[in-house]
Ligand binder design. Structure first.
Ligand SMILES: [Fe+2]
Length: 229
């Protein structure tokens, strides 16, 4: 996807998020140069920041997700069993824009409809090998209340509602009716290793540089900040 399109999505997404009264932290607005010069480990190593993904497929409007990682804990703390074990993201699923079927190994996540349209999640339980169980009933907590759905059932969340997805539970989601602002509160997040997709697919966008980046994406950090190819 072109950098000019990523820049445009960042501008539109920022306005959409602000329209709900949510304001992002100061580093969201640092220029690429400022981030490169200051490079706080708490931002760069924790991989906080912008994450506009088309899952490497080049059709963002149909298959994609806008994410911003606001905070992220430490993997060492997880193995130690105490400390900063949590993460938070703010995301936007556009109307009928699919985030494809996936599960996590480590991360439990609460997916929260923070406003806009309905958030629809298609859900499956894992089978013995971790694959999609096409028969088993789906059982998930929604704001403290257990919901039961048939395998592949659609859970529709209105603004204010949320679901807790434990590691292993397969999920795909999209906005219905209009675009949706989504919150995610989770276990420490590692997007490099902890996303297992049902179909072979990438996690990050391939960027064609047709103009300067407005802000760096998390997936730009290795190249722009650490100078790795
Ligand atoms: Fe997920």
């Amino acid at each position: 996807m072109k950098r000019s399109r990523v820049n445009e999505i960042i501008r539109e997404g920022d306005a959409f998020i602000r329209s709900f009264g949510y304001v992002m932290p100061p580093f969201a607005y640092w220029s690429p140069e400022e981030l490169k010069n200051r490079r706080p480990a708490g931002i760069v190593d924790a991989r906080l920041g912008w994450d506009i993904t088309d899952y490497g497929q080049g059709k963002y409007d149909q298959l994609g997700l806008f994410l911003f990682t606001v905070r992220n804990g430490r993997a060492e703390d997880l193995s130690r069993g105490g400390g900063m074990l949590y993460a938070e993201k703010i995301m936007i699923s556009r109307k009928n824009q699919l985030s494809p079927m996936h599960r996590h190994v480590v991360k439990a996540e609460d997916i929260i409809n923070r406003g806009g349209g309905k958030l629809v999640l298609e859900l499956f339980m894992p089978d013995e090998e971790g694959g999609i169980d096409h028969h088993r009933e789906v059982v998930v907590p929604t704001d403290g209340v257990i919901r039961r759905l048939p395998a592949g059932g659609l859970l529709k969340l209105d603004p204010g509602e949320s679901v807790t997805l434990m590691p292993g539970v397969w999920h795909a989601f999209w906005g219905e009716g209009s675009d949706v602002l989504i919150g995610e509160v989770s276990t420490v997040n590692d997007d490099l290793t902890d996303n297992i997709f049902a179909e072979p697919i990438g996690r990050f966008s391939q960027i064609e540089e047709d103009e300067a980046p407005l802000h760096l994406l998390v997936s730009d950090y290795d190249r722009f900040i650490h100078g790795k190819a």
